[in-house]
Structures are given as C-alpha cells and as structure tokens.
Design a protein around this ligand. Structure first.
Ligand code: SF4
Ligand code: SF4
Length: 135
C-alpha cells in the first residue's frame, strides 16, 4: 500500500463526487479530499490523498487524466523562510492540513514539515515570498 497526494483541476462543479466514486469503485483506492475549491463558473480544484496499491493508483490516475482532467502529483517540499516571515498570518487559514500555524505563546507563524503536502495553497498569500516550493 502506498499513499500519494494529487491536485486535480476541473471545469465542472459536479466532477468531485464522480472522480472519487470512480477511484473507489473501479480502482479500489481510498480517497480523502483534503481541500476542494469551486468557483461560481464551475472551475476549481481538489487536493486529494489516495491510499492503495501502486498499480491501482497508476491506472486510476491515468483513467482520470484520460477523462481530460489535469492531474498533478504533489511531491515537492515547502521551505518557510523564518527570516523573511513577519507572522502576518495571511497564509494560515489557507492550509488544508493546518501545517502552517500560529504558535500561541509567541504569535509566530511556523511550518510543520511532517504534515505539509506541498499543495502550494499558501504561497501566493505571502507578500514577502517567505514560502517557497522546492521541487
Ligand atoms: S504547501 Fe502550504 S498550504 Fe499546502 S499543506 Fe503545505 S503549508 Fe499547508
Ligand atoms: S503570509 Fe508570509 S509573512 Fe505572512 S505569516 Fe505567512 S509566511 Fe509569514
């Protein structure tokens, strides 16, 4: 069994359930939707954790790609530059895994690299570029 995380972009709001249903029923994968954002026009993305056998995962992802979805595996690393960060907190609420958080005692914003899935959601929130994605 392996676990991988993916970002799936779509342009119709009703695909979220159909994608997860297909991965479960046809490929025996266990999906966990970490975050889903859907705009008013139906465009959006979801961050998905998948657990299953490696071959099933390869086939399942290829199937989703074959349906026209853009699928990107999330396997980079986030670097949080504490020297640049001024703990404004703008990035904190955007994190689907609560990996970037405010330390109550010091009010400093810190990153838990053990739980960060490198989804990139926090990067654009930072005006001083204290968060970087390293591939
Ligand atoms: S990249 Fe940022 S938003 Fe995404 S999981 Fe890591 S800390 Fe959270
Ligand atoms: S948005 Fe940037 S400066 Fe603000 S807390 Fe997050 S990393 Fe630090």
């Amino acid at each position: 069994m392996i676990e991988k995380k993916f970002r799936i972009d779509f342009d119709e709001s009703n695909v979220l359930e159909s994608v997860t249903y297909t991965l479960v029923s046809e490929f025996n994968l266990k999906p966990n939707v970490l975050r889903a954002d859907i705009g008013g026009d139906g465009h959006g993305f979801m961050l998905l954790s998948l657990v299953g056998e490696k071959d099933d995962m390869i086939r399942g992802i290829e199937h989703i790609r074959g349906q026209g979805f853009k699928v990107k595996e999330l396997n980079g690393h986030i670097f949080h530059d504490y020297d640049r960060c001024w703990s404004c907190g703008a990035c904190v609420s955007l994190c689907p895994t609560r990996s970037i958080y405010c330390v109550p005692e010091t009010q400093e914003v810190r990153l838990n690299t053990d739980t960060c899935i490198a989804c990139g959601s926090c990067i654009n929130a930072c005006s001083v570029k204290a968060i970087q994605l390293e591939l």
